[in-house]
Design a protein around this ligand. Structure first.
Ligand code: NDP
Length: 360
């Protein structure tokens, strides 16, 4: 088999390995937030992403250390492997959507947004959405490590410290997601979206390849000799963003499960119509989606970390977040207005800003 053919199928192999490991490894069983579309029962999940990630990474390291695969093989094969993921993402999207009964919207809308809400194959042992996010996260990490390995192979002692910083920050992003995988059960994708091209192709191709766009652009370039203060700012912006995003998501997760319990010493203050409750203290009093601001700041930190602030490619990542999250905030706002009615109006009056306090 030529290297290019192997490269094409490499993401298929990684996704298959992730799927098998997810199914066979022990997992924490937990109730989610989304409900079954017909029965209305709260869905149950098996969560073991971190374990799957560690084992996949260990196997990859073993293959590289024993010389069976060069450390930068996924870099060498980045074009065929991206093509393989793209084709698989398209095929899997079409098969998943067309294999499900129509929900009555147009075919194009259904292909893009999906038909089924929360498929849980293998007798409920796996959840399609959670698997897709896990598969994308694992391959993203392998790509990032392999792209960086190429840089270190080529430039050795004169490698860019920014590349090392980028690897640390992006790995933080991936591992953080896996450590708090259970919190993801309470997010928009899980309770409001269906499984179609947007989610499948997004997780199998876009997530593992586009999210590494900064490194994709600079792995072959020499050390830009960025000043240390720029790297310090990059790390600070990323960590500040992480505090906002993780803090807000954890606070809401705590509030949904234990509405009276304080979070980081912040007593929960909520608006209520007697039946439903909206958090207005802590992160949720700053803006209505301060977690989105945090996520965008993390993207800005990653772009700066590469030490080439005037280069366009690293900025595509935070720009993509803006393009993703600004319309998502609008969609969530419409959803919440319909769900909560006057309580949502009250919340909007109390917390005026959508994402960025005093600006937007
Ligand atoms: P949120 O976590 O903000 O969830 C929005 C939902 O939370 C609302 O629909 C509502 O649902 C509930 N809610 C909103 N305001 C309040 C409040 N004040 N009190 C109580 N409940 C409230 O958004 P997402 O799920 O979109 O995002 C979750 C995280 O995932 C964010 O950090 C986001 O940036 C990140 N993300 C990351 C992506 C990536 O590619 N890395 C992509 C997309 C998102 P309910 O009906 O339960 O009340």
């Amino acid at each position: 088999m030529s290297d290019a053919v192997a490269g094409f199928f490499a993401p298929w192999a990684v996704f298959a390995a992730v799927g098998v490991l997810h199914l066979v490894l022990p997992a924490r069983r937990m109730a989610g937030y989304a409900r079954h579309e017909r029965t209305g029962e709260v869905l149950q999940y098996r969560v073991n992403g971190l374990l799957v990630f560690v084992i996949t990474l260990a196997v990859w390291c073993a293959l590289c250390m024993t010389g069976l695969m060069p450390w930068d093989w996924l870099w060498q094969q980045r074009w065929p492997s991206a093509l393989g993921a793209l084709v698989l993402g398209l095929g899997a999207s079409a098969a998943t959507v067309l294999g499900a009964p129509t929900s009555g919207r147009g075919l194009l809308a259904e292909l893009y947004l999906g038909r089924r809400e929360n498929p849980q194959p293998f007798g409920g042992r796996a959840d399609a959405k959670m698997y897709l996010y896990l598969a994308g996260a694992v391959l993203l990490e392998l790509n990032v490590l392999s792209f960086a390995a190429h840089h270190w192979d080529v430039f050795g002692g004169d490698a860019s410290p920014g590349v090392a910083l980028y690897v640390v920050l992006m790995s933080w992003f991936v591992v953080d997601y896996l450590v708090f995988e259970r919190v993801h059960l309470y997010t928009y994708d899980l309770f409001a979206e269906r499984v179609g091209f947007k989610l499948i192709w997004g997780c199998l191709f876009w997530y593992p390849y586009f999210y590494a766009v900064g490194l994709w652009a600079v792995a072959d370039l020499a050390n830009p000799d960025a000043p240390a203060w720029l790297l310090v700012i990059a790390a600070a912006v990323f960590l500040g963003g992480w505090v906002l995003a993780r803090g807000a998501n954890l606070q809401k997760h705590r509030f949904k499960r234990e509405p009276d319990r304080a979070f980081l010493g912040i007593a929960p203050k909520a608006l209520s119509d007697g039946e439903r409750h909206m958090l207005v203290s802590g992160f949720w009093g700053v803006s209505r989606h301060v977690n989105y601001l945090g996520e965008i700041a993390m993207g800005v930190g990653l772009a700066l970390a590469l030490g080439r602030p005037s280069m366009l490619a690293p900025w595509l990542y935070p720009l993509y977040y803006v393009a993703l999250l600004v319309p998502r905030e609008r969609a969530d706002d419409r959803r919440c207005a319909a769900k909560y009615g006057p309580l949502w109006d009250q919340y909007r009056a109390e917390v005026r800003w959508r994402i960025v306090p005093r600006i937007y």
